[in-house]
Design a protein around this ligand. Structure first.
Ligand code: HSE
Length: 303
């Protein structure tokens, strides 16, 4: 673990759930945080630029990147050196785009690399899970593309699902932040069986439609009854923005992860779809930024 050696890891954002695939499906996006980690003689130095810089700069020892790196050194049976960490963040915080997952993955992959060890995706997910808790975010960010995940004890079981290249992701990111914990507190402990069946059928249809390349099914396949109706109460204008996306010709539209971003899938006129969604939000006084993003197929990369 030579002092002065610097590792740079690029980790993509993710959008989890895709409507009906609550806590199960996730998609990696072409928007990245970069995590640089260098071994130094002692102590911790943390600097951050970009999204959330001021806030994240202050977290010090509680930095997710640092905790993930330390958990990895522990796992490898190594004594962590001093670490100099620099984050370049392009993913907005608390908007349902998987930014905390990128911090965990960046810390783990950088620490393993600094140690000259290579971890399997299964090992990385096992280390990330207790820190981040959402396999539907961390898995696509790690391996890229669209993934289906489930937990088997502490293990993340996953498979990558083919997704047509023509699909672009329109992320409409409101100024309003929403923490995942708060967005989960809005959910009921129990749901009607009919709602569970509604979602199971559509999540299965969504996976099958992606594999078959049948884009015409995506609107129905992404309709959700398990989380969006409850979270809509926390996100003013969400339902109207979803409708605006469909009116503008989107293939599908849903809340991104726990929110507050709303995402549309589009195979054409993605900019127009985003503009119309943002305009509807603006009418209710919510400013939102539109990002048209490619799907990231590779996941975490050393750069
Ligand atoms: N599936 C999780 C949720 C993702 O919707 O709460 C959290 O980012």
């Amino acid at each position: 673990m030579g002092e002065g050696r610097r590792i740079r890891v690029r980790v993509p954002a993710s959008t989890a759930n895709l409507g009906s695939g609550f806590d199960v499906l996730g998609l990696a996006l072409g928007l990245y945080n970069t995590i640089e980690v260098e071994a130094i003689a002692q102590g911790v130095e943390l600097t951050v630029e970009g999204e959330g810089a001021e806030r994240l700069q202050k977290v010090g020892e509680r930095s997710l990147v640092l905790r993930a790196a330390r958990a990895t050194f522990d796992y490898l049976g190594l004594t962590p050196p001093g670490l100099k960490i620099h984050l370049k963040n392009a993913i907005p915080l608390k908007r349902g785009l998987g930014s905390s997952g990128t911090a965990c993955l960046g810390g783990i992959v950088a620490a393993a690399e600094l140690s000259g060890r290579s971890l399997s995706p299964e090992e990385i997910l096992r280390l990330a899970l207790p820190l981040e808790g959402h396999p539907d975010n961390i898995t696509p960010s790690l391996v890229g593309g669209l993934t289906a995940t489930c937990l088997s004890g502490a293990e993340v079981k996953y498979v990558k699902i083919p997704i047509p290249d023509a699909i672009k992701v329109v992320a409409v990111i409101p100024e309003m932040e929403l923490g995942t914990a708060e967005a989960r507190r809005a959910l009921p402990g129990q749901v009607p069986l009919a709602d569970a069946v509604h979602n199971v059928g559509r999540a299965a249809l969504l996976v099958a439609a992606m594999v078959a390349g049948d884009l015409s099914l995506l609107d129905e396949a992404t309709r959700d009854r398990l989380h969006q109706p409850y979270r809509a109460k926390l996100i003013p204008g969400m339902e109207e923005v979803l409708k605006a996306a469909r009116r503008a010709g989107a293939l599908a539209a849903f809340l991104s992860g726990a929110g507050s971003t709303v995402v549309a899938l589009a195979d054409r006129e993605a900019e127009t779809v985003g503009k119309e969604m943002a305009e509807v939000w603006a009418e209710s006084g919510m400013r939102a930024e539109v990002k048209v993003l490619a799907i990231e197929h590779e996941g975490v990369q050393l750069s």
